[in-house]
Design a protein around this ligand. Structure first.
Ligand SMILES: *[C@@H]1O[C@H](CO)[C@@H](O)[C@H](O)[C@H]1NC(C)=O
Ligand SMILES: *[C@@H]1O[C@H](CO)[C@@H](O)[C@H](O)[C@H]1NC(C)=O
Ligand SMILES: *[C@@H]1O[C@H](CO)[C@@H](O)[C@H](O)[C@H]1NC(C)=O
Ligand SMILES: *[C@@H]1O[C@H](CO)[C@@H](O)[C@H](O)[C@H]1NC(C)=O
Ligand SMILES: *[C@@H]1O[C@H](CO)[C@@H](O)[C@H](O)[C@H]1NC(C)=O
Ligand SMILES: *[C@@H]1O[C@H](CO)[C@@H](O)[C@H](O)[C@H]1NC(C)=O
Ligand SMILES: *[C@@H]1O[C@H](CO)[C@@H](O)[C@H](O)[C@H]1NC(C)=O
Ligand SMILES: *[C@@H]1O[C@H](CO)[C@@H](O)[C@H](O)[C@H]1NC(C)=O
Ligand SMILES: *[C@@H]1O[C@H](CO)[C@@H](O)[C@H](O)[C@H]1NC(C)=O
Ligand SMILES: *[C@@H]1O[C@H](CO)[C@@H](O)[C@H](O)[C@H]1NC(C)=O
Length: 556
């Protein structure tokens, strides 16, 4: 690490010292929030000044002070301002509200169905009044859900039952992504020739309403996977786009990053670097060439080793990325490039850039088809994010809005919250390295002990409630004492959602050339975080459970 990088900055040492006390992930994410604010309100970039200090954090070797507790993982969809939920125009569907229901009621009245109640003796699932009863019931019971569309109910297992399927959004999720549920309802006659729901079964109980699915997912190697499981999320379309004709390739403009010391570093480092590259591509109006194959660092792997060949789509929403940014997959890109050079006498114009010190502003006028940044210098000179340092930070904002969590992981989140009928509270219990470090967090360990938790939670969460515990405590039985007070739920209680009989298992295997995918530590944190965010009452470790500071002693 060269100190000259910092001493030349007008910032001074004070800020660096101050920042040195911050855990780096916290820093990244506060920066991230600023970024979002910056995107929304367009003020001068507020985090510009701190970029060199951040670089220092990244380039220093692991140090307990900077240890991220890896227990929360925010991505773009968690940072959208509450006032402005992301709405994709293509995906906009009018929710089923009271008004919509009233209108259908009027329509039914006009159909004169209500003239004779005799026909209600037998429950006819395709009778529009059945659906109406379900719509009213759902709206009354699930206040945190936005219902988007229903399919016509079908017969259940008994004559007075119907299975009903619908799509919905959770009000707490700020993305526009839709999820599906299908439940079994039992009916009786209500007043004035209507049906009444007398019993509703749980999450995903209406199996007759579940549509059989058998779409094929093209794999990364270009082939089509042979497996066609009966159940899958047909709304995910994260196929890898191909450029098509070679003329289309030649017409494009690309930004290609190759090499780099970012490989196998932590996932925060990955996001920080990836979004720098993507931000530069957006600034230059170029298509970003991305490698979907990533290396997951040891900290997230049960094997405790770095693991290569993880698919970007295991973790992030590639479909959303395709919609908001122009990207091309590296293998497709290299194939087309080679093909072009073979067929045509004139080679594709390429501008090679071998140091991050060449800024995006200097490349702005370059007309080459491909701008190829080669990150071959020794570490830390070869980190991608260094491109976005210094003056450049004034021009390039990391497009955090492009990075959402994988829909396949979000389906697990929805399933967990759905099984609790969205009626649960949650506590975030940070333990792990921080609890062990008595110097920086003197009380954390005792404040998060089972007895302390019972005592503290009593005032905040009613007894017998569903309590989801999002935690990095590895010992499953650690929270057993709380079971006398609450219905405790832990991520591992839902193991079957990623076991070899699960939908997730089948779907991720398709992305992985038919090889099973392990549910790793990064996925665990992603799911834990999102379930936590869906709770009715949320108790945080810092501020609510302990007076210790999030970033170590004397930082709050
Ligand atoms: C780790 O932190 C300690 C004090 O907090 C400091 O003295 C040491 O130099 C740091 N190590 C590295 C590799 O940065
Ligand atoms: C419904 O009944 C009313 C009166 O009984 C009649 O005027 C009207 O035409 C009927 N509508 C339909 C669609 O049959
Ligand atoms: C059920 O209701 C639908 C729609 O109103 C109607 O077309 C169908 O004939 C009814 N079936 C029976 C068995 O009553
Ligand atoms: C649904 O059940 C009714 C009687 O309960 C029956 O008449 C009807 O044929 C069934 N519909 C289907 C599609 O099986
Ligand atoms: C049934 O109809 C009567 C008369 O139209 C009305 O007063 C009553 O409120 C209705 N009941 C319900 C449950 O809608
Ligand atoms: C998936 O998205 C691609 C564009 O990225 C589109 O060309 C393709 O038709 C879509 N496939 C389906 C089945 O919707
Ligand atoms: C990118 O496109 C926008 C609008 O199309 C334009 O204002 C901007 O100058 C372009 N940037 C570059 C580097 O060409
Ligand atoms: C799933 O895993 C269990 C044990 O982990 C194993 O016994 C079973 O054969 C596996 N099933 C499939 C379909 O792979
Ligand atoms: C997963 O795929 C296997 C084999 O195609 C199939 O038998 C199983 O039902 C699928 N499981 C789910 C939950 O989709
Ligand atoms: C946790 O602490 C914050 C900040 O003091 C407070 O706003 C919030 O209400 C507390 N949560 C609970 C459940 O008491």
């Amino acid at each position: 690490m060269k100190d000259s990088d910092f001493t030349t900055e007008p910032l001074g040492q004070n800020l660096i010292k101050l920042i040195g006390n911050l855990c780096f992930s916290v820093f990244v994410f506060s920066v991230l929030i600023f970024t979002v604010i910056a995107i929304t309100y367009q003020p001068p970039d507020p985090w510009l000044e701190s970029a060199p200090a951040l670089t220092k954090l990244f380039t220093q070797s692991e140090n307990a002070t900077f240890k991220n507790d890896n227990s929360i993982l925010k991505t773009g969809e968690d940072l959208i301002a509450a006032a402005a939920p992301a709405v994709s125009p293509a995906a906009a569907v009018n929710p089923i509200t009271e008004t919509v229901i009233e209108k259908s009621e009027e329509k039914i009245t006009k159909m004169n169905l209500t003239s004779d109640c005799e026909d209600l003796k037998v429950v006819n699932c395709s009778d529009p009044r059945v659906l109406l009863a379900v719509e009213k019931f759902n709206l009354r019971v699930f206040k945190s859900i936005v219902f988007l569309d229903y399919r016509t109910p079908v017969n259940g297992s008994k004559p007075d039952e119907c299975d009903v399927a619908w799509r919905f959004r959770n009000k707490k999720e700020k993305s526009w992504r839709k999820y599906r549920d299908f439940r079994r309802f039992r009916f009786s006659n209500g007043e004035n020739c209507t049906y009444k729901v007398v019993h509703a079964s749980g999450w995903h109980s209406g199996i007759n309403a579940r549509r059989p699915r058998n779409r094929l997912t093209p794999t990364r190697s270009g082939g089509t996977a042979k497996l066609s499981p009966p159940v899958r999320d047909e709304e995910i379309n994260d196929t890898i786009p191909s450029l098509g004709s070679d003329m289309a390739f030649r017409k494009g403009k690309y930004l290609y990053y190759s090499g780099g010391g970012d490989y196998c570093k932590g996932m925060n480092h990955y996001s920080w670097s990836f979004l720098c590259g993507l931000g530069e591509a957006m600034y230059l109006n170029r298509t970003f060439v991305m490698d979907l194959s990533i290396c997951l660092s040891a900290t997230y792997n049960p094997s405790n080793k770095d693991e290569e060949g993880k698919d970007f789509r295991f973790y992030f929403d590639f479909e959303h990325l395709k919609e908001v940014a122009s990207v091309v997959e590296v293998d497709e890109f290299l194939k087309d490039w080679k093909k072009w050079d073979q067929i045509h006498k004139r080679k594709v114009p390429v501008k090679k850039v071998s140091t991050y010190k060449v800024t995006p502003m200097q490349l702005k006028k370059d007309k080459s088809t491909i701008i190829w940044r080669q990150f071959d210098a020794p570490e830390p000179e070869n980190y991608w994010y260094r491109v976005c340092e210094g003056q450049t930070a004034k021009y390039i904002q990391r497009p955090w809005r492009a990075l959402w969590k994988s829909k396949r992981l979000m389906n697990i989140v929805t399933e967990i919250s759905g099984r609790m009928d969205w009626d649960f509270d949650a506590v975030h219990v940070v333990r792990g390295e921080k609890a062990k470090n008595k110097e920086l967090w003197p009380h954390l360990d005792s404040d998060t002990s089972p007895d302390a938790l019972i005592a503290k939670l009593q005032g905040m969460i009613q007894p017998s409630r569903n309590l989801y515990i999002a935690t990095n405590e590895p010992f499953y039985n650690y929270f057993d004492k709380l079971r006398s007070q609450y219905k405790v739920h832990l991520l591992d209680d839902y193991k079957e959602l990623w076991s070899n009989t699960s939908e997730w298992y089948n779907e991720t295997m398709l992305l992985n050339n038919g090889k099973p995918v392990e549910f790793d530590g990064y996925m665990r944190v992603a799911v834990d975080t999102e379930v936590l965010y869906r709770a009715k009452t949320r108790v945080e470790t810092f501020y609510n459970l302990t007076k210790d500071c999030k970033n170590g002693i004397n930082t709050c």
